[in-house]
Ligand binder design. Structure first.
Ligand code: ATP
Ligand code: MG
Length: 360
């Protein structure tokens, strides 16, 4: 019989504010690619969850949300947040619920300075900023463990406890080693063993232990304070970076800043075992200040669509998307306001698709 068409079922959660605007462009890019390639197809099912939904229904996501999402191959998320809804509610009831419910313990963020992208570091060689940060996404400093030891002003003492399990630490470090080996790159563990004398000493031990199974991978360790400095002073040192939840959170924002800013920063929340769907999202928020105007930069969300394709084993397509974004960045004729242009979200989306077609 003829060729079998691969089908990927995508759950789309556009969310709030510019989330809805940038996700629309990413979906168009994915549709275009499936059309050009012809060997696979996407179906997109939309879920209206987020803060606007919360204001109407009292829920950020339906109670059976996870169960419904579990039927999909991937989740494509815009951004969730609104000025009138406390961040901790939208985070807890949607983002964290999905990350934890689907055991998306890998947070993967490319920190790569694309051709034509602005960089605040002077005299940088573009190729010097090209790393992947693997952030532990399920426990560590964000485990939510803690207590109020004493209440009442003068003697108040509050504890916030980090939780590093053998399983949780080993699996994230192993994921990073596998990636480094597969891509023939160096690995750098970023921790703080000199000050966090239980958690980070343990982390360092696991990194070196697992490292014995990867003698072919060049291994480095940095203290987080030094690493933050070198992200700016000499980012070429880093290729695959593995770090804890809190350190990863901070370092990836720094990473976004050196690699073109919020309009370009993409992220993936991955369940490597593929027991549950993984989630792909631009890392920026709903940006209420520019929402509804059609001027948000869709590049971050389109790059996260590229990450989705790579996750599906379509690295060539992922590379093509990135090259198309680079074309648009270097030609500088169709850019949104954050990059000094006057173009709309839609116009940039269309221009990326046009460049993509030229590459095929
Ligand atoms: P949230 O509360 O959902 O996190 P936010 O306003 O904090 O939303 P951030 O992602 O933190 O959003 O972004 C901060 C600012 O950066 C935004 O207010 C916006 O001005 C700008 N920004 C973020 N993403 C984009 C984008 N894709 N295009 C253009 N500007 C953006
Ligand atoms: Mg924010």
């Amino acid at each position: 019989g003829g060729l079998k068409l691969e089908k990927y079922k995508i759950a789309v959660i556009p969310g709030d504010g510019i989330g809805t605007e940038v996700i629309a462009e990413g979906v168009k890019v994915l549709e275009k690619i499936a059309h050009i390639d012809g060997s696979f197809a996407f179906s997109f099912d939309y879920f209206p969850w987020g803060c606007e939904y919360y204001c109407k229904t009292g829920k950020v996501m339906d109670d059976d949300g996870l169960e419904r999402l579990s039927k999909f191959d991937a989740i494509y998320l815009g951004a969730v947040g609104a000025p009138n809804v406390p961040d901790h509610i939208s985070l807890r009831d949607l983002l964290i619920k999905i990350r934890q419910g689907f055991d998306q313990y890998v947070n993967l963020r490319p920190v790569k300075l694309l051709a034509g992208a602005p960089c605040p570091i002077k005299n940088i060689n573009r190729e010097d900023i090209n790393m992947v940060v693997i952030r532990e996404n399920s426990e560590g400093e964000y485990a939510g463990a803690g207590d109020w030891l004493y209440k009442g002003k003068e003697q108040e003492v509050v504890l916030q406890t980090s939780v590093f399990s053998r399983k949780g630490t080993e699996r994230i470090i192993r994921y990073a080693y596998e990636l480094a080996r597969h891509e023939n790159k160096t690995i750098t563990s970023i921790s703080k063993g000199n000050a966090l004398n239980y958690s980070m000493v343990f982390w360092d031990e696991v990194f070196s232990e697992v490292g014995k199974e990867y003698p072919d991978v060049k291994q480095y360790t940095y203290l987080v304070d030094a690493a933050a400095m070198f992200f700016v002073k000499d980012p070429a040192r880093f290729q695959v970076v593995v770090t804890s939840n809190l350190f990863g959170d901070i370092l990836t924002d720094l990473g976004a800043a050196i690699a073109g800013g919020m309009g370009l920063a993409a992220g993936a929340n991955i369940n490597p075992e593929k027991k549950y769907p993984s989630m792909f999202e631009p890392i920026h928020g709903s940006a209420p200040d520019i929402a509804g105007k059609g001027i948000a930069n869709p590049m971050a969300s389109i790059w996260s669509a590229a990450q989705m394709l790579e996750f599906f084993g379509k690295k060539e397509w992922s590379n093509k998307i990135i090259r198309a974004i680079e074309k648009v960045l270097t030609e500088k004729t169709v850019l949104t306001a954050d990059f000094g242009g006057k173009a709309s979200t839609k116009a940039v989306g269309e221009e990326i698709i046009r460049q993509l077609s030229l590459l095929c």
